[in-house]
Design a binder for this molecule. Structure first.
Ligand code: NAD
Length: 268
């Protein structure tokens, strides 16, 4: 039997692609599509909202009973509803929403004692490979290399810096003995803004319809090494989310990362 799937943030940029690809692949039985109360498409057929075919599941504000897995790409204030629904009903959760508070991250950890959860700020294969490598690279290059992270996203993105930029920075902090997030210099500015040794500069560009680009710059006197990841389409994240949802269906309660899903050796 196919896993029964609910998509939260269903009429958003990510939600629509997740629904469209789930319909194309046919690996899930879509049982619910959740949106905010005042969304203009509430009550419309979800397949049509996603730009594909009629599926007789209406865009709704409620989570229907009987799901196996929820994929949430919505807004931080909505993620709590998904955590509550999944915990109360023993449903697996794939959470891609970024900009969550420390309190929400704690809630995810607590919930993962009861249900399997994949929480990842970026669900692409390439970025997850970078997540596993940046810490090692930073530690190998050593403290004389200044580190700056520059991320670019579309003009509609609400949170800054991106969740992925923060994950990159956090992974560097872990291997280099820096404190996270205290070691970050977010969007340096001012008349006396000389680079502080040891800080990781993080800068957010918001322009046009850029899907997502991250650069990690390691620079010292005499050379610069730059690693870069560019997402060409949201489908790379949507496919990752669906892969995570399928992978989660037979997993025990725990908090998993995308590197677990993708089987990338993260050197732990
Ligand atoms: P979006 O604004 O297009 O979509 C978000 C949707 O959530 C909207 O349709 C909005 O109406 C809906 N929403 C708001 N409140 C809600 C509620 N209470 N209940 C249900 N739905 C609600 O944004 P997007 O570009 O689709 O991104 C969504 C989230 O996913 C953002 O946090 C973004 O940063 C994140 N994201 C993560 C990844 C990843 O790989 N983890 C990739 C891309 C985007």
């Amino acid at each position: 039997m196919k896993p029964k799937l609910i998509v939260v943030g269903a009429a958003g940029r990510m939600g629509k692609r997740i629904l469209a690809l789930a319909l194309e692949d046919g690996l899930f039985d879509i049982v619910g599509a959740v949106e905010r109360q005042d969304h203009p498409d509430i009550g419309k057929d979800t397949g049509i909202v996603a730009g594909t075919k009629t599926i007789s599941v209406k865009l709704d504000t409620n989570y229907p009973a009987g799901a196996d897995v929820v994929i949430d790409f919505s807004q931080p204030q909505a993620a709590d509803n998904s955590i509550d629904y999944c915990t109360e009903n023993g449903v697996a959760l794939v959470l891609g929403t970024t900009g969550l508070s420390d309190q929400q991250r704690e809630r995810i950890k607590t919930a993962s004692e009861k249900i399997p959860i994949v929480y990842a700020t970026n669900m692409s294969v390439g970025m997850n490979l970078l997540f596993t490598q940046v810490g090692k690279i930073a530690a190998t290059l050593g403290e004389d290399y200044d580190i700056e992270i520059v991320e670019q996203h579309h003009r509609f993105k609400k949170d800054a810096p991106s969740g992925s930029a923060l994950t990159l920075a956090e992974n560097i902090c872990k291997t280099t003995g820096r404190k996270f997030p205290e070691s970050l210099d977010l969007g340096r500015s001012g008349k006396d803004a000389l680079r502080e040794k040891g800080k990781i500069g993080v800068h957010a560009v918001r322009a046009g319809d850029i899907t997502g680009k991250h650069q990690i710059i390691f620079s010292t006197l005499g050379e610069t090494v730059t690693f870069s990841h560019t997402a060409h389409t949201r489908d790379t994240f949507a496919r990752g989310a669906l892969r995570a949802a399928l992978w989660l269906t037979d997993k025990k309660p725990a908090l998993y990362s995308m590197t677990d899903v993708l089987g990338i050796n993260n050197g732990k």
